[in-house]
Design a protein around this ligand. Structure first.
Ligand code: GLY
Ligand code: MN
Ligand code: MN
Length: 456
């Protein structure tokens, strides 16, 4: 499979949908590549997602001006002196034809008074925007926008929350490449290799599919470190590999999948039991997810199922409902069951919780709920992840304050039998449909039998 781009009409329709919601003009920056040790040694450039949503191209140093009378893309004119190094760039006229939008030189950018914008994450783009708009802006300030910027943020969220046909096609492509990567990672696993070997096999598939990674890959035998970014450990005979790896299409749309598998291709009995527990939590969440459903209830369905399974296994003593109410789920599953997925792996989190939380809702403070990034009523066209897990995290298990009033219910002697499970997560990408939901990443081995067969 090689990625297919969306047609120019898809971007025009998005620009028109967004512009119709705007009370004032808006300027969206594409951003700049970050230099490393000298200006021409740069980290790969990826355009800002709001820009990408409306243009579909990583054009560095550009601005998109939206006004009721039409959109204008202000782009840097090709520099003939650069062509020797970077190859010929399309003229502004060629760009206009290809993207079906009016294009002018960025040197001519002049924005009307009162133009809104969305703050960038990095300082350089923020400075560029602040100069163009002649006002102060704060890098990463998306959570605190006000006035015209707030109105733009809300219009953008409303536009991007439910994915159009072109976006869904992109998510499907990302899901397919992500699936290839996970199958390749399982097949490449063997005790004695390193985490880096598995990561390389997975990312090789993504690169060969014409895509990039949508976030820093987690491929680790220490899945209990939630954002483990090292890949140096050797794979031991009794280890589980937790791989959270996703592909991103050239237009920027993300896959985000986690699978966990035994290095030998055979789960031990304790690994099997806890894998089934996480799978039952994921199944409970997947059964719940659909249009009109409050996402917090999906999160809670996963937590309830996990606690019930842990009581069955003897890890907790007591009544599952009562244990859940006392925060038992958060002891082993401290993060949320998922988040919005789209152009960003945590879609629109540059705008803080505004995209993930419906008006009038905010994060709960309780253990188990406080890291939940999404609490909206789901609607057709939204994409979310469903990713429950089980982790033995010392910072929680050895901290009386963290354990709170479930400390007494935890059977530590029984838990000690499960020492060969440090972290398990099972994560899929789900599209909400008119009648229910569709797991976009369903092709990836997930049951114990499927996973064991896929590991060599
Ligand atoms: N890969 C990031 C996440 O699962 O949220
Ligand atoms: Mn995720
Ligand atoms: Mn993930």
């Amino acid at each position: 499979m090689w990625p297919k781009n969306s047609p120019p009409q898809a971007f025009r329709a998005r620009r028109e949908r967004l512009t119709a919601k705007l009370a004032e003009p808006a300027l969206l920056a594409s951003g700049f590549a970050r230099p490393r040790n000298f200006p021409n040694n740069r980290f790969p450039f990826r355009a800002e997602s709001h820009f990408l949503y409306l243009i579909g191209r990583h054009i560095e140093g550009a601005g998109l001006l939206l006004r009721p009378e039409g959109a204008v893309l202000y782009a840097p004119a090709p520099d003939p002196a650069e062509a020797m190094w970077t190859g010929p760039a399309p003229s502004l006229d060629a760009l206009a034809k290809e993207l079906e939008i009016e294009v002018r030189s960025v040197d001519d950018l002049a924005v009307p008074a009162g133009t809104a914008t969305l703050p960038a994450q990095d300082l350089e783009t923020t400075v560029w925007l602040a100069e163009a708009l002649d006002r102060d802006l704060e890098a990463g300030g998306g959570a605190d926008v006000e006035g015209a910027d707030l109105r733009l943020a809300e219009a953008m969220i409303e536009t991007r929350l439910s994915h159009d046909e072109a976006a869904v096609a992109q998510l499907r492509q990302a899901a397919e490449a992500t699936a290839d990567a996970h199958v390749a990672g399982m097949a490449a696993t063997e005790p004695g290799l390193r985490e880096a070997d598995v990561r390389a096999a997975m990312e090789a598939r993504i690169i060969a599919s014409g895509m990039t990674c949508s976030y820093g890959s987690i491929v680790t035998v220490h899945g209990e470190v939630l954002h483990n970014e090292t890949h140096t450990h050797r794979l031991g005979e009794r280890d589980l590999v937790l791989a959270d790896v996703g592909a991103e299409t050239p237009e920027g749309w993300a896959g985000d999948v986690t699978r966990t598998w035994p290095t030998t291709g055979r789960f031990s009995s304790t690994q099997r039991a806890l894998y089934e527990a996480v799978l039952s939590a994921q199944r409970a969440a997947l059964e719940r997810v659909g249009p009109g459903v409050r996402y917090l209830d999906v999160h809670r369905a996963a937590g309830h199922a996990l606690v019930a399974a842990l009581v069955e296994l003897g890890i907790f003593r007591g009544d599952p409902e009562d244990l859940y109410a006392r925060g038992a789920a958060g002891v082993f599953f401290p993060h949320g069951v998922g988040h919005l997925l789209g152009l960003d792996v945590h879609d629109m989190e540059d705008l803080g919780d505004r995209a993930g939380y419906a008006a009038g809702r905010s994060r709960a403070e309780s253990r188990g709920d406080r890291f939940l990034r999404l609490d909206r009523d789901l609607a057709p066209g939204m994409a979310v992840t469903i990713e429950p897990g089980f982790y033995q995290i010392r910072q929680i298990l050895e901290n009386a304050e963290e354990l709170g009033d479930v400390a007494d219910a935890l059977n530590t002697a029984e838990l000690a039998r499960f020492a060969d499970v440090r972290g398990i997560r099972i994560e899929d990408d789900v599209l909400i449909t008119e009648t229910g939901s569709e797991v976009l990443t369903a092709a990836i081995p997930k049951t114990i039998a499927e996973v064991e067969a896929a590991v060599r």
